[in-house]
Each structure stands twice: as structure tokens, then as C-alpha cells.
Design a protein around this ligand. Structure first.
Ligand code: ATP
Length: 507
């Protein structure tokens, strides 16, 4: 199956089993807005809890908050979002499609990268064990020309973006002969800047309306509360404040399902450090966040770091953790060294001091900040894209299975009476009643047992417990493992221990 079909499968599976629905679908939907269904909201909550546990519960010096979505409008003036939170937009005059100009160029670079990877793979096959990839890239004329081209395009894009040179970006698109991915035409409009913030009005019209914004990131809610948390929590630097919450961006192009939404959720942590130590913390958070991803069991080859070509107005270093989505490696999480930009800006605009008194060095300073910011919806998408598999079984049959990490699975256990009679449902419900106090469980007595197993495979339930006639005699059940399909006979008392042990992760 090619990657495009795989992605279509993910989207239809998500809908069919109640993970993700198009918002307001009965009215034909609302572009780039999605609802999470009965299974999707479980999976999403489990991702949140897994993140919260590792960031807040497992760190003595990180605490969590829940700030409001609406903030004083000056917040967004201070943070630079009113003036600078925009993307360069370009339209194709023939197809009437709209694109982000920087993304068009990035996709063009990705195509050249794919050519490099193809040559490297071919050569690796030819040379076998003795293949030296770095040497090959330097010496093969075709490959080194590709690499030089990529570097040239990146350098031009960086200087145009930094200088806000929209004419230069259009020129780059023209020079590279980049075509509309949909229609294939090169008939482009000029490039324009487009602010991504949604605004609305607060207060009744009679009182005089006041323009407020829907927050485009959760970070500012942390910055404006930084001193209150530091003082009330008696926090000592270095310390972090974490938050999970909604953010809103009027994205120019919203495609790729829940990858780019207009309403989405972020899981962010701002780590406040002594000025001058930020680079150490930046490196250490890069490592720690990558380890968090790997702890969920997805192979390291599916992730990579990507340093930002253009740094945001607030950053002195920034990298993305990219995931290998079916549509290529794309940003999943950002790690940014934000300097003291935000706190200094809020000091200037509010007239309030936001300094920290360091009892060790007896000095006051505005802390520097290292941020880790992951999109919850993108994490959800990465998780299901990797988990959804079509498997051929030993007996020749096929199954669709969602190999979710057990800790994230919506249901941990399915309880299934073998037959709908002979007292088996009653016994199964007794077991269910006990287990559901500790785990999300699903009871199912409809259809043949094989079909019920398949239904649980498709929603990622790691264990199925089957209650049969022997259960009534000796209080044993069979436990079936979703992944290796092994069935074992165990005592009812052992179910908890087995399931619990699979929910422990190495963090
Ligand atoms: P992109 O370059 O893809 O637009 P970004 O660099 O603007 O993303 P950040 O501002 O760094 O993103 O936001 C942090 C995280 O929030 C991203 O890594 C991503 O996971 C998530 N995110 C950002 N925009 C969206 C969106 N429109 N829909 C879903 N998640 C998003």
C-alpha cells in the first residue's frame, strides 16, 4: 500500500470506529475543525495524562497551570503576535488554490532530498557493507549537486524570510520553477503576509466593544502568570510551568486531516533558567523530549531533529522533532530557547517587574526561557498512523489491528462471554464490574468470538478476557494478547497484575 492510501485508511478508520469526526458534519463540516469521538477522546486524554505525568508528576521542579483562553489584548501586542504572527501567502491564479509560500519551497526541497535518498539507497545496495554514506554524498557529482542546490535554496529562503522580503520569496518560487501541486501551473500572485490570529469582541456593544483574541499559543498564559506561580509556589530557578490547552490559528492552508487545524491543543512547558545557562537546558530538553517519544515504543528511525531555517522573533535557538507521517517528515514538537524576550516585553508593556531574586547569587534578573511545545492533535495523528496495521496471519487470513502502546489504548481490556447463555454473561459481568474500577473495559457478547476479537484489534484493546464453561468451575479465564495473539489460561485474580505490568513504561 502506498503512503497516500495508508493515510486515507487512517482517516476512514478514525471515522469508522469513533476516533475523529469532521466538525458539524451534518452541515457538510467546517474546514480544518474536527471533533473527537468516543474512542478519540479516550486516546487523547491518555496522551495528555502520559505527558502530564512525565512532565509534572515526575519532575519536582515543574508545576502545571490552566490559564484562560482569553487574555488582555495587550498580551498579544507585547508578545509580537499582533505585528508579526503571520505567514507568507501566495495564490495560484489558475487553480485558485492558496498556499503558504514557505511551505511550497519546503516541499520543493523535500523533493530534492528524496532524490538524494534514492541515490544513496541505490549506492548502498551496490556497495554493500563497505558503503560510506558521507563519502558518497561528497564525491558523487549528481548527489553533491543536489545537496548544493538544497543549501542554496535554504540560504535564499532564510535571508528573504528574515528580511521580510516578499518579492524575493516570489522570485525564489519562480526561479525554482515551483508549480502548483494541484494544477501544475506556474501562474502565481504576489506574496502577501497574513495574520493568523482570530479576534472577537468582549463586552456588550453599549459598553463599547473591546477587541480580544483567541490565543494562538498557550505559552503567553504561562508568562503572564510566571511571577504569581513562582511566588505562591516558592519555586527556585531552574523551574518549569506546564500547561495543556486549546490554541487557535486561522491557518492559510488547512489540509492533512488533524495535522493542521484552526482549533487545536498544545502541551507546552516553559522552563525558567538563569541567563547564560539556556543553551545547556536547550540541549538537555531536546534529549529529554526525544526520550519521551521513544518511550512509547515507536522506533527512532521515525523521528528526526530539524533545526529551524528561520528563527522566530523571540528565539536564539530552535529545533523541531519531526515525525515520519504518511505525507513525510513533518513537525510534531518544537523546542525553543526563547531568551528573556517574552518576560521583558511583558515588563515593558505592563510596567510591572517580572524579575527573580536569586538567593544563591544575591542578584535579581529576568530569567531566560526554554520551551517545549507539542501539538496534542499531531501526537494523536502520529500515534494512530504508526499503530494502524494490516496483518497477514499464519492461517492466511488478514486482520486490521491498531497496535497502540497499551498505556494509550482507549480500552485496556475487553470482557467476552464465549456464549450468550449458561450463566456465562452473568459471570463475565461480575468480572467486568470488578476490573472496571481500575481499567477502561468493554463488554461485548454479540457475534462469534472471532469477530469480537477482530473488533477489539481494530480499536487497539491490548487484552481480551474470555469467559467459558471452565470459568464457572475453577475461576480461570483465557487472556488473549492483541499483538502476539497468544491465549493463556489464567486465574481471574491474575488479570490485574498482567494488565498493570504492561502499563508500566520506561520513562
Ligand atoms: P507549523 O510550522 O507546522 O505551522 P509552528 O512552527 O507554527 O508549526 P509552533 O508555533 O512551534 O508551530 O507550535 C508548537 C506545536 O503546536 C507544533 O509543533 C505543532 O505540533 C502544534 N501546532 C501548531 N500549529 C498547529 C495547527 N494548526 N494544528 C495542529 N497543531 C498545531
Amino acid at each position: 500500500m502506498n503512503q497516500e492510501d495508508k493515510f486515507k485508511n487512517v482517516i476512514s478508520h478514525a471515522k469508522e470506529y469513533g476516533f475523529v469526526f469532521q466538525s458539524s458534519e451534518i452541515y457538510d463540516g467546517l474546514s480544518a475543525v474536527y471533533d473527537y469521538g468516543q474512542l478519540g477522546s479516550e486516546l487523547k486524554n491518555n496522551i495528555k495524562q502520559y505527558w502530564w505525568k512525565s512532565m509534572v508528576q515526575m519532575h519536582e521542579n515543574i508545576v502545571g497551570i490552566d490559564a484562560a483562553i482569553f487574555m488582555h489584548p495587550t498580551t498579544w501586542k507585547a508578545s509580537g503576535h499582533v505585528d508579526a504572527f503571520s505567514d507568507p501567502l501566495i495564490d495560484n491564479k489558475d487553480s485558485k488554490k492558496r498556499y503558504r509560500a514557505d511551505v511550497l519551497i519546503e516541499d520543493h526541497i523535500a523533493k530534492i532530498e528524496a532524490k538524494v535518498a534514492k541515490e544513496v539507497n541505490k549506492a548502498a545496495g551496490r556497495f554493500g557493507e563497505s558503503f560510506d554514506e558521507a563519502m558518497f554524498k561528497q564525491t558523487n557529482p549528481r548527489v553533491s549537486a543536489y545537496i548544493e542546490k538544497i543549501q542554496g535554496i535554504e540560504a535564499r529562503m532564510k535571508s528573504c524570510l528574515e528580511a521580510d522580503d516578499l518579492v524575493g520569496i516570489k522570485q525564489l518560487i519562480e526561479d525554482e520553477e515551483i508549480v502548483d501541486p494541484v494544477g501544475g501551473s506556474r501562474n502565481w500572485t504576489d506574496v502577501r503576509q497574513f495574520n493568523l490570529m482570530f479576534s472577537t469582541e468582549m463586552g456588550s456593544v453599549a459598553e463599547g466593544a473591546n477587541k480580544v483574541y483567541l490565543r494562538p499559543e498557550t505559552a503567553q498564559g504561562i508568562f503572564v502568570n510566571y511571577l504569581s506561580v513562582q511566588k505562591s509556589g516558592r519555586m527556585k530557578i531552574p523551574f518549569g510551568i506546564a500547561q495543556i490547552g486549546k490554541a487557535f490559528r486561522n491557518e492559510i492552508v488547512a489540509r492533512q486531516f488533524i495535522f493542521r487545524m484552526r482549533e487545536f491543543e498544545q502541551m507546552e512547558m516553559q522552563f525558567f533558567v538563569k541567563p547564560g545557562t539556556e543553551m545547556e537546558w536547550y540541549e538537555s530538553w531536546k534529549k529529554e523530549r526525544m526520550a519521551w517519544h521513544l518511550s512509547l515504543g515507536i522506533p527512532a528511525s521515525e523521528y528526526r531533529f530539524h533545526d529551524h531555517i528561520k528563527l522566530a522573533h523571540y528565539a536564539n535557538a530552535a529545533a523541531d522533532i519531526e515525525f515520519n507521517f504518511p505525507f513525510g517528515f513533518k513537525e510534531l514538537e518544537g523546542i525553543h530557547s526563547r531568551t528573556d524576550f517574552d518576560l521583558k516585553q511583558h515588563e515593558a508593556h505592563s510596567g510591572k517587574k517580572l524579575q527573580y531574586f536569586d538567593p544563591e547569587s544575591n542578584e535579581s534578573y529576568v530569567p531566560y526561557v526554554v520551551e517545549t511545545s507539542i501539538g496534542l492533535d499531531r501526537m494523536f495523528l502520529a500515534t494512530i498512523c504508526h499503530a494502524l496495521q494490516e496483518e497477514k496471519l499464519e492461517d492466511g487470513s488478514e486482520r486490521t489491528v491498531l497496535k497502540l502502546p497499551a498505556i494509550l489504548a482507549p480500552y485496556k481490556i475487553a470482557v467476552l462471554p464465549l456464549l450468550k447463555r449458561d450463566g456465562l454473561p452473568e459471570k463475565a459481568r461480575e468480572i467486568l464490574g470488578d476490573l472496571m474500577q481500575d481499567f477502561m473495559c468493554q463488554y461485548d457478547e454479540k457475534d462469534a468470538i472471532g469477530r469480537r476479537y477482530r473488533r477489539q484489534d481494530a480499536i487497539g484493546t491490548p487484552y481480551a478476557i474470555t469467559v467459558d464453561h471452565q470459568t464457572l468451575e475453577d475461576n480461570t479465564v483465557t487472556i488473549r494478547d492483541r499483538d502476539d495473539l497468544k491465549q493463556e489460561r489464567i486465574s481471574i485474580d491474575e488479570i490485574r497484575r498482567i494488565v498493570q505490568s504492561r502499563l508500566k513504561v520506561n520513562q
